[in-house]
Design a protein around this ligand. Structure first.
Ligand code: GLC
Ligand code: CA
Length: 511
């Protein structure tokens, strides 16, 4: 386990929307380098950069055409090596995005694989034996290749599935996970990882990490075995490199070697009940909404068993949002956003802040771009100041990657950085405390102190610290074992004798 993860606070950067330095309207690697001091000032000491590789951008870069080449629109490989170096000077670790399950249909492996004549890459992807034979349960993709066969998709139509084999095989074209062709795919993936790790990258956020072996068992044991093998490579040769999975099943991912796993907004996950529970009948039932319709037990009943059974294996990662998820500002007001950040930065595990959430950027209702669809509204340019394109780019507004928030009150870094009461200042105060108290680090003990169905507040212990949150509009009280000292608060809280009295929408850390 890389030691640096304990005290890591990540910042996720969507490269096309962060900072444009050459006026072509699209964010670039040099823009990230330019803003490293800003990242540091936020208290973030690690980055996750969404795919920045050569791509036809039918899925915003998750359709990789060349794993080892930076997309020209973002700069050059040398720019990225420089970013690693500049980040390291500031004690910032950098994770790239690894897409192991599929490539772009324009990747050279696929161009070879679709040829009629057999070659080294014929079995790099999943193909059936004939043009009239589809992959059961999948769309029928024939007629696009000279090869007499149909190929399997992993996600979008532009993303053919790489071949890691099938655990349960019913067709003769399905290979075993230990077939030489499937082992070659795995070695090719390791080669990509080594390429970037050798050049200064500190690890990977792994896209659709559970999608490797097809017809896997319900425990994903065959996909897990591949990750265990990759983890062994890291432990031997890159012990400080981290891998963090998009899997959202810590019982599977952390037991398979991932250092951390995202706790995502998947159906039924407790994370949704905290801030994105607006699809249930009868209004928004999110715990963090001030109307107080939430129920912390819906979160804990899901989270606690996962946490308890994996806490010795790795970390669970809470996110404010990501490039696939509606921004929290879509439904939360500023006070609610402050409390949300406070909760995510004090729970155990490795937290992630999505660029722009630290100032409460809006989710915009805009047309799709590069396969974003409803996700596009969470991918708009970072809002730095009140200059042209809100400081994102010098290009003509009509030429920028996506529009910036057109509202007169669009939040920006400059409008919040000198206001002690702003969301940005709150985020900075919280990251500072998290770094200062090892009890708040990823691996410190977590224990529920007070949590009752449909009641407030929610109180938990991290090591020797008590953390209490009352997101509701009602005053709430709870007894605390002895007189404790406040080290940080949002809103107003008061300790009287053996009780903690919390005003509406408040949060406190006690020592
Ligand atoms: C992941 C990414 C998403 C992408 C998909 C296919 O879910 O986060 O943005 O579209 O995988 O690679
Ligand atoms: Ca640019």
């Amino acid at each position: 386990m890389p030691a640096w993860l304990k005290d890591a606070i990540f910042y996720e950067i969507y490269p096309q929307s962060f900072k444009d330095t050459n006026g072509d309207g699209i964010g670039d690697i040099n823009g990230i380098i330019e803003k490293l001091d800003y990242v540091k000032s936020l208290g973030c000491n690690a980055l996750w950069i969404n795919p920045c590789y050569d791509s036809p951008f039918k899925d915003a870069g998750y359709d990789v055409r060349d794993y080892k080449k930076v997309a020209p629109r973002y700069g050059t490989n040398e720019d990225l090596y420089k970013l690693f170096e500049e980040a390291h000077k500031r004690d910032i670790h950098v994770l790239l995005d690894l897409v192991p399950g599929h490539t772009s249909e324009e990747h050279e492996w696929f161009l070879e694989s679709k040829k009629a004549t057999r070659n080294e890459y014929s079995d790099r992807y999943v193909w059936t034996n004939g043009w009239l034979q589809g992959v059961p349960g999948h769309p029928y993709i024939g007629g696009e290749a000279d090869r007499d066969g149909c190929y399997m998709l992993n996600f979008f139509k532009c993303q053919p599935a790489l071949n890691y084999g099938f655990l349960n095989r019913t067709e003769d074209w399905q290979k075993a996970p230990d077939d030489p062709a499937c082992l070659a795919t795995r070695e090719a993936l390791k080669d990509v990882m080594r390429f970037w790790l050798d050049r200064g990258c500190d690890g990977f956020r792994v896209d659709m990490a559970d999608s490797l072996v097809k017809e896997d068992d319900e425990n994903k044991s065959a996909t897990g075995a591949i990750w265990k093998d990759i983890r062994a490579m890291l432990d031997a040769d890159y012990p400080e490199a981290a891998i963090i999975s998009e899997w959202s099943n810590p019982m599977q991912s952390l037991k398979s070697g991932f250092h951390a796993d995202f706790y995502l907004d998947h159906h039924g996950n407790g994370y949704n009940t905290l801030l994105r529970d607006y699809e249930t009948a009868g209004g928004d039932h999110s715990f963090l909404k001030k109307d107080g319709n939430g129920d912390i037990m819906r979160f804990l009943n899901d989270f606690l068993p996962k946490y308890d059974s994996t806490k010795d294996d790795g970390y669970i990662s809470f996110i404010t949002c990501n490039h696939d998820t509606p921004r929290p500002r879509r439904t939360l007001e500023f006070q609610e956003l402050k409390l949300a950040t406070a909760l995510f930065l004090t729970l155990p595990g490795v937290p992630f802040i999505y660029y722009g959430d630290e100032i409460g950027m809006r989710y915009l209702d805009i047309p799709t771009k590069e396969g974003g669809y409803t996700r596009t509204g969470s991918r708009t340019p970072m809002q730095w100041n009140h200059g042209k394109n809100l400081g994102f780019s010098d290009a003509d507004s009509k030429d920028i990657y996506l529009p910036v928030d057109p509202s007169a009150d669009a939040p920006t870094v400059t409008s919040q950085e000198n206001d002690p009461d702003s969301l940005l200042s709150t985020v900075k105060a919280l990251t500072k405390i998290r770094h200062e108290y090892t009890d708040l680090h990823a691996d410190s003990e977590f224990e529920v102190v007070y949590a009752e169905a449909e009641e407030f507040p929610f109180v938990f212990k991290r090591g020797e610290l008590y953390v209490a949150i009352n997101p509701s509009e009602k005053k709430a009280g709870v007894s605390v074992s002895k007189k404790r000292e406040k080290i940080y608060e949002i809103g107003t809280t008061e300790i009287k004798e053996n009780s903690l009295i919390m005003d509406p929408q408040s949060f406190v850390i006690l020592k």
